[in-house]
Design a protein around this ligand. Structure first.
Ligand code: FAD
Length: 398
């Protein structure tokens, strides 16, 4: 049986493990966390609607359901010329490698003064503590926003900042203390969320006005301070608590590896998720045999200007790798590419409803789904956990 080593136990790594097992490979998965974290539904932790455990799926349970080997270890370097992965506890050799370790984050001055819903999972609980403390106090200023990556716009993630802020608005409203709080949404770009399309932008504006959420757009962020955010013109947005999502860039392990990277440190792949090695003209890669694949948030995504890194794209890449590797081993030329599957698809929660957001080459749509949208997203969380554990059937393509 051919052996595959997968690095990372997120959307990309777990899906790859499941589908490579289905294709008959022997699979080992290395992760520094012992659980798969369902990031999209973590937005409810800060407002107490979900518990931390609700968002975690133990990797041991996924291992039992799909029969892969699991190693909890921290990857420190990948040396593809040596077919080796260096970890804190041990060094591992591989026959085939799938890199699925997510991304790193852009650095910001004063980053100790904000928390991110897209950072380490435990930060979601710290965000909850900060919001709870302000609720106890009875009033305050809360600012939430996201940043850009000029070298690679596909790594910008704003949706969860909208979602957490809308949920906080609803929480305060239910408690009857919304009027005592100033909520502000901030971003350095003039039109945050523009890649979702013009109609979505208009709708977001209507939402901000309706919910009395202030906007602070179009000024570059200089630094974060304990009591607010300072911008390029030295103006300051005062904030008792700041939630900020830095844009993604290359994982720090990639800088300590011999994989080809783009300017922001993401791994360069082709449409089939094969890592584009350029150091060895005579390598097997040149003969159509690829040993290293990269998927999910770790890669330099190709595609239209509005492309975005999302969980469902990570999963398409993972399923394609399982198919492509099987075909390669069988000596077949059949391959599946990911680029035709690039779209933006999400249900953006607002605490009491949601908006269905879809963007493809034809344009963008945002369809309001009062009440039902919230429960649809909850239902997806249930589906995600239980279908991966093999407890309910998979819906094709989901
Ligand atoms: C709050 C939030 C909401 C989102 N909402 C949506 C949504 O509604 N729809 C959507 O499609 N997408 C959404 N996304 C995006 C989606 O979650 C990501 O695109 C997806 O998680 C990428 O999967 P991944 O496996 O590439 O990376 P990750 O999920 O980040 O997984 C990376 C894995 O690698 C492991 N790892 C990292 N470093 C090391 C190391 N050094 N050694 C060993 N293991 C390591 C981690 O423990 C983890 O298991 C959201 C993201 C966030 C943060």
């Amino acid at each position: 049986m051919k052996k595959v080593l997968i690095l990372g136990g997120g959307f990309a790594g777990v899906e790859a493990a499941i589908f490579l097992r289905k294709e008959g490979f022997s699979v080992t998965l290395i992760s520094n966390r012992d659980y798969f974290y369902i990031y999209p539904t973590s937005i409810w932790i800060p407002t107490g609607e979900s518990k931390f455990e609700d968002i975690c799926v133990p990797l041991k349970d996924l291992q039992k359901a799909h029969g892969f080997e699991l190693i909890i270890d921290e990857v420190t370097a990948i040396k593809s010329k040596e077919n080796k992965v260096y970890c804190t506890k041990e060094t591992y050799e591989y026959e085939y490698l799938v890199v699925a370790m997510g991304s790193g984050k852009m650095k910001h001055q004063g980053s100790e003064n904000f928390l991110s819903i897209c950072g380490v999972p435990e930060d979601s609980l710290k965000i909850k503590d900060k919001i709870d403390a302000l609720i106890q106090k009875g009033s305050g200023k809360i600012a939430m926003g996201f940043g850009g990556n000029p070298k690679d716009p596909s790594n910008v993630r704003g949706g969860p900042a909208f979602e957490v802020l809308f949920n906080v608005h609803n929480q305060l409203k239910k408690l009857g203390i919304r009027d005592n709080f100033e909520l502000t949404f901030f971003a350095p770009m003039a039109e945050p969320g523009a890649r979702m399309g013009k109609q979505a932008l208009k709708m977001m504006d209507v939402m901000f006005n309706k919910l009395d959420i202030k906007k602070h757009f179009g000024k570059k962020i200089t630094k974060f301070e304990e009591d607010g955010i300072v911008f390029e013109d030295e103006s300051k947005l005062e904030s008792d608590f700041t939630m900020f999502i830095p844009a993604g860039n290359g994982h720090n392990v990639f800088a300590n590896s011999d994989l080809p990277l783009n300017d922001s440190g993401m791994i360069l792949i082709n449409d089939y998720c094969e890592v584009q090695h350029n150091f060895d003209e005579s390598s097997e890669t040149q003969k159509g045999i690829c040993k290293v694949f990269a998927i999910g948030d770790s890669v330099a995504l190709q595609g239209p200007d509005w492309r975005a890194k999302q969980g469902h794209v990570a999963e398409v890449m993972a399923r394609n790798v399982a198919f492509n590797l099987k075909q390669m081993v069988l000596g077949s030329d059949a391959r599946k590419g990911y680029e035709e599957h690039i779209n933006i698809l999400c249900v953006m929660d607002s605490g009491d409803g949601a908006a269905f957001v879809y963007r493809d080459n034809k344009g963008g749509k945002m369809i309001p789904m009062p009440f039902i949208g919230h429960w649809l997203k909850k239902g997806w969380g249930f589906y995600c956990r239980n279908s991966k554990l093999g407890k309910i059937p998979r819906i094709p393509g989901m």
